[in-house]
Design a protein around this ligand. Structure first.
Ligand code: NG1
Ligand code: ZN
Length: 533
């Protein structure tokens, strides 16, 4: 056990810094993360032992954040986000001041969960392409070694690939086996499902994929080798895939750039009507976009992907003769455009749930549905099918060829969707399948409803912790009086909606506003920002 003190000593905690396991794990400047990574290694080993040696994942990434940042998150055995109790443990462990404190706390966790230190601990690690990744991997390895864990290092992976192998490793040989726990297994599974789901349909035109100069670039290039040839199926142009220059990561490209700036990456050469999409730095987010016939940029974000996919799955369930046994629902956050919510309720006639920000909240809500389609507006999301639903779909006997065809498509979609976590590459293939079946281009997709003009502002405040919310973050309960003031402003504009909440990833309060016109939305956002300042 003194190995633990030694490991913590080798990576001392900088003085005066407080770390939090937030919505996306630990995330900050890479240069202050050494101690956190070593301690995460210790916690990962204990988490695995507390689950009788199930494989736990450690992903080193800072997603869409700038190249000099990095971060780390832990993945549960089925590929889910870390349990909340262990988020708290991780936070506590990362803030222990001395190596002896780390050792003491390690023993406390062992006692609390009655962990047998002789039992196996199994941990999978992977990282994105950031320059700091190799060094930080060494820090995690030191923690894992000190805790006596068995380690599988997958090198460079997208975040969803890590979630995938963790789920595969833990379900291998069971009736829930998810796939081969290898990188090749990932490509083969999703490549084959794509081919089956297309059922001979060919997506129109080509797709240009901006990979944010991140790990998604080389991984997409690999995936393409496992897709049907472009003459038969999809022609993909990979751009912004320069991982040799890590300082280019997420700079003027990627899903976050496109969503935040509401414009294509400057490097884009796409013409009107050309279908484009952007991944983020670790390829778990995706947004689509195109230039319309008047050369105006049009965004097809996470809300659009959710509505497209929900409508398609709804159709297939109905065509397969399963409408009475399966209910589809859509899970959104308060950031979903009001027009998208209305479209799902009134046009698709599906249930909508709203949860707090952060995919783990959406995932949990989606788990309560037969088929749960969840996406954050920024493009992070997936679809999950409950165990009973999978069973129903597997056992269903089609009554005619129409039902049989829909059932085939539905089954292929289940394989095509990465159910462990939102996965940009899997989501991209799914969108392409849906567009091909509907025979739609981006304009038809956009025409399903009209977004309400909206504005998202970041407000720097003295102390963001004083902002407490309720009703899935749509209302402030503290500071007192602020919500009443916001409501008053909302009343003044047509179709107004606005809310403010403390960010979980940045030291700021986010203000969202939407209204009937751009001017009203902008004005409302500004007024609300003044109120919270
Ligand atoms: P915060 O900083 O808590 O708003 C942001 C995104 C989330 C989620 C997390 C994790 C918005 C408004 N918020 O959270 O959707 O993706 O980062 O990356 O986009
Ligand atoms: Zn990401």
């Amino acid at each position: 056990m003194s190995g633990i003190v030694e490991a913590a000593k080798a990576h001392p905690a900088p003085e005066g810094l407080v770390y939090t396991y937030g919505t996306a794990g630990f995330r900050t400047k890479a240069e202050v993360l050494d101690s956190v990574l070593t301690r995460v290694g210790l916690v990962a080993a204990l988490r695995s032992r507390s689950l009788k040696g199930k494989w736990i994942g450690v992903m080193i990434t800072a997603s869409h954040n700038p190249p000099e940042d990095n971060g780390v998150k832990l993945v549960e055995p089925l590929g889910n986000m870390l349990q909340e109790e262990w988020e708290v443990i991780s936070t506590k462990m990362s803030n222990k001041a001395t190596p002896e404190d780390v050792h003491e706390y390690y023993k406390e966790i062992v006692a609390q969960f009655k962990i047998d230190l002789e039992s196996p601990a199994r941990v999978v690690v992977a990282r994105d392409t950031r320059a700091s990744g190799a060094h930080l991997l060494g820090c995690v390895q030191d923690g894992l070694k000190a805790a006596g864990a068995e380690v599988k290092d997958f090198g460079y992976f997208t975040t969803p690939q890590l979630h995938y192998v963790v789920r595969c490793l833990n379900t291998q040989g069971t009736k829930d086996a998810y796939g081969e726990p290898t990188e090749k297994g990932y490509y083969e599974k999703f490549g084959a499902a794509f081919k089956t789901a297309l059922k001979g349909k060919k997506p129109s035109g080509s797709l240009t994929v901006d990979c944010a100069n991140g790990v998604g670039g080389p991984k997409l290039t690999e995936l393409i080798k496992h897709l049907p040839p472009k003459e038969e199926a999809l022609e993909i142009h990979v751009i912004n895939d320069n991982v040799v220059k890590p300082e280019a990561l997420n700079v003027d490209c990627g899903a976050d750039f496109v969503k935040t700036n509401q414009r294509a990456p400057p490097s884009s050469k796409a013409g009107p009507g050309d279908r484009c999409c952007s991944l983020d730095g670790d390829a778990d987010r995706i947004v689509y976009y195109f230039k319309d016939s008047s050369n105006v940029f049009r965004l097809l974000d996470g809300d659009r992907i959710a509505t497209l996919v929900a409508s398609f799955l709804g159709d297939q369930v109905r065509l397969a003769g399963l409408a009475d046994s399966l209910k589809i629902g859509v899970v959104q956050t308060a950031y979903a455009n009001g027009a998208a919510t209305q479209y799902v309720i009134e046009h698709l006639k599906l249930k909508v749930d709203c949860t707090p920000t952060g995919v783990k909240h959406l995932h949990h809500a989606a788990e309560k549905l037969d088929v749960g389609v969840y996406f954050e507006a920024n493009g992070h999301g997936t679809v999950i099918f409950s165990p009973d639903t999978l069973d129903t779909i597997a056992k269903h006997e089609p009554k005619n060829t129409g039902q049989a065809e829909a059932l085939d498509i539905l089954r292929a979609c289940i394989n095509l969707i990465n159910q462990s976590v939102g996965d940009a590459l899997s989501d991209m293939l799914l969108v392409e399948v849906v567009l091909a079946h509907k025979n739609w281009g981006p304009q038809e997709w956009l025409s399903t409803y009209t977004d309400l003009p909206n504005r998202l502002l970041k407000v720097i405040v003295n102390d963001r912790k004083i902002f407490e919310t309720t009703d899935a973050e749509r209302k402030l309960v503290k500071p007192e009086g602020v919500q009443t003031a916001i409501d008053k402003e909302v009343q003044k504009v047509r179709q107004g909606r606005s809310f403010a909440r403390a960010s979980g990833t940045e030291d700021a309060v986010r203000v969202y506003a939407e209204a009937a016109t751009k001017a009203e939305a902008e004005d409302l956002a500004r007024k609300v920002a003044e109120i919270v300042k």
